[in-house]
Design a binder for this molecule. Sequence first.
Ligand code: SAM
Length: 310
Amino acid sequence: MNLTDNCGRPLLNLRISITQRCNNQCLFCHREGEVKRANASAEQMTVKEIVHIATIAVSLGISRIKLTGGEPLMRKDLPEIISGIASISGLKDLSLTTNGLLLDGIAKKLYDSGLKRVNISLPSTNSETYHKLTGGNLQKALAGVKAAIEAGFCPVKLNMVILQDVNVGDIPAMIDYARQTGTILQLIELDPINVTSNYYQTHHHSLDEQEQMLRETAEAIEKRPFMHNRLIYYLSNVTVEVVHPIENTDFCMHCTRMRVTSDGKLKPCLMRNDNLTDILTPMRQGASDEQLKQLFIKANMLREPYNRGK
Ligand code: SAM
């Protein structure tokens, strides 16, 4: 059984934010659409609560879960979160998005806990640009990519948010790096959330031009119907995906996702905070699984395409 919203969009994916803490300070970060909270660490969910929410979600037909944040590797109990979720019967896919800075040394443990694929944020392979954008050390991030590959994660995807006048020119080098490392490159258009309108106007770069270039050079192109109709371009010995949400109504019309905020609220849309459903408080107050399922059902009915087109 799958939940479907008022627009007929199935609910298949859950993106759980497990912390607001982060060891990078990416200038472009949308923080998964969360409002920054002063007491975020105290409010974050326990391992048991995260696994419980994931179990309810899977019982309602959600089969793909991604862990995010903040930086998920800031949590020392990440291996327990992973092994708890990975053992839920009916779950088809568990993944993690990370900046990779702490992966070296723990990648194998995460793999052995049940995580089989990762996305690593890498906005540039130029150390100066990387540092300017994230505040972090490129060599550590690259060590994280290497550790992920060696641990056996497959695929390892590189998430590159594209920023006008900052890293557009780094795309060819990123494609080469993905080719050399056998990773998949995701080019991501900047979302206008949790960045100032001035930052957005200065740095938003439409991916139309890049998609045109990819169309011309691709050996094959595929669509991911249950992932916003995203396009995958198979170039010579390297795969490039494009996440192009802006002015792309197809993206919202094919959204199959819900989020859980780091303080345990069901969040139907990245772009909105006015329709959240608190699931953590009722859980802490002893709500039954049936009552928790009803909260999911309610939140699912609040899902609606942010961009509907004309
Ligand atoms: N710290 C982790 C990381 O770096 O992957 C997880 C959190 S980060 C918010 C999750 C993903 O969101 C990353 O892949 C990042 O590239 C992407 N992202 C962050 N800000 C974005 C924005 N304004 N527009 C589009 N994608 C963004």
